[in-house]
Ligand binder design. Structure first.
Ligand code: UT7
Length: 331
């Protein structure tokens, strides 16, 4: 019998920001050799949001953060640690976290980025949880912000139909109650990095005219291989997060999976023994927003009262690296 863990930090509130511009499958039919039918059948996606020129990762993240802080009743100056997950930083230096810190005025925070792809928000929650649990701070802000449209090859039909832009955020606070993060499992396997990556444009192969001509600065993905690994790893994430909390799928009020592909979501739910009506899906409206997918979905689920205080949530994600996570929370 697993001893039920007591949470150390609670998720006080969430927030999200989505750009207004919608790009539909029909729009994509006019851009590349694809069809609405193919995209819907293979992925479940109908449309996605595309950020404008002034909507960078920091701008979107700051908006999501402001909304989360307002709901939490937390002032920017109270934030001790600001963790930002992004695969699309506005610039190489400084971190997007420092830009968000300046935008929101979180002047007392330690601010830094983490790079963990799609599970990045869950990785970030655990980093902040550890910091607070160690007694180094009381309040954390964990933001995930992704402008995927900036790193996609809009002529590559295998990838450009999949992704969208957006940001989500959560405020964490130390707790002595029974609500908060109950368990987590995070894992990485760097040996499979080249199945989903950007070959160039970093420090090893800096941006050159040749890199631009070869489009090596854009996302490359071996879709089928990533799919198989995603199904396997999200099952592992669900399994270990549940067992570490002494829970089964039957205890869960809502599964909030990473929103990459409806078929992966269905497989994960089935494996975890969670019925469809207890699975939050918004991949049809937003596509894959990498690490922003889970906080955006959770924020929507809370706003729509699909879940509320006391609900048990299982979040699972998989992404480039590879990286994967499972986490259980009592809201
Ligand atoms: O967030 C990080 C994690 N990422 C993921 O989890 C993504 C995982 N992978 C997937 O979701 C799926 O593999 C995809 C949706 C990317 C692709 O679906 P698939 O069923 O694995 O298709 P496929 O890559 O095996 O391609 C099947 C066919 C190919 O044609 P042939 O070779 O069978 O003639 C592709 O060229 O579909 C073709 N195809 C397309 N056709 C129309 C690929 N992309 C498109 C497209 N429109 N956009």
């Amino acid at each position: 019998m697993v001893k039920k863990p007591r949470p150390l930090v609670e998720l006080v509130a969430t927030g999200r920001y989505l750009p207004e511009r919608i790009l539909t499958n029909q729009d994509l039919e006019r851009m590349v050799d694809t069809s609405d039918e193919w995209i819907r059948e293979r992925t479940g996606i109908r449309e996605r949001r595309i950020a404008g020129p002034d909507e960078g990762a920091a701008f979107m993240g700051a908006e999501a953060a402001r909304r989360a802080m307002a709901k939490a009743g937390v002032e920017p100056g109270e934030v001790d640690i600001l963790v930002v997950s992004t695969a699309t930083p506005d610039r190489w230096l400084p971190s997007t976290a420092c830009d968000i810190q300046a935008l929101i005025g979180a002047s007392n925070a330690m601010a830094f980025d983490i790079s963990a792809a799609c599970p990045g928000w869950l990785f970030g929650l655990s980093v902040a949880e550890g910091y607070i649990a160690a007694g180094r701070g009381e309040i954390a802000l964990v933001v995930a912000t992704e402008k995927m449209s900036a790193i996609i090859d809009w002529e590559d039909r295998a990838t450009c139909v999949l992704f969208g832009d957006g940001a989500g955020a959560g405020v964490l606070r130390r707790t002595s109650g029974d609500r908060g993060i109950l368990s987590s499992h995070h894992k990485s396997d760097g040996t499979l990095a080249n199945l989903l990556y950007r070959p160039a444009g970093g420090a090893l192969v800096p941006m050159t005219h040749e890199v631009l001509d070869r489009k090596d600065h854009f996302v490359k993905m071996a879709g089928r291989e990533v799919f198989k690994n995603a199904v396997r790893s999200m099952a592992e994430g669900a399994d270990l997060a549940l067992s570490r909390a002494g829970l089964t799928g039957a205890d869960i009020d809502l599964l909030v999976p990473h929103q990459a592909n409806l078929r992966i979501i269905d497989a994960t739910a089935k494996y975890a023994g969670i019925p469809q009506e207890k699975v939050y899906v918004n991949v049809d409206r937003y596509g894959n927003m990498s690490s922003a997918s889970i906080p955006v979905a959770l924020d929507e689920a809370l706003e729509r009262k699909v879940v509320g205080p006391g609900s048990l949530v299982l979040a699972v994600a998989f992404g480039a690296g590879f990286t994967w996570s499972g986490m259980t929370l009592r809201l």
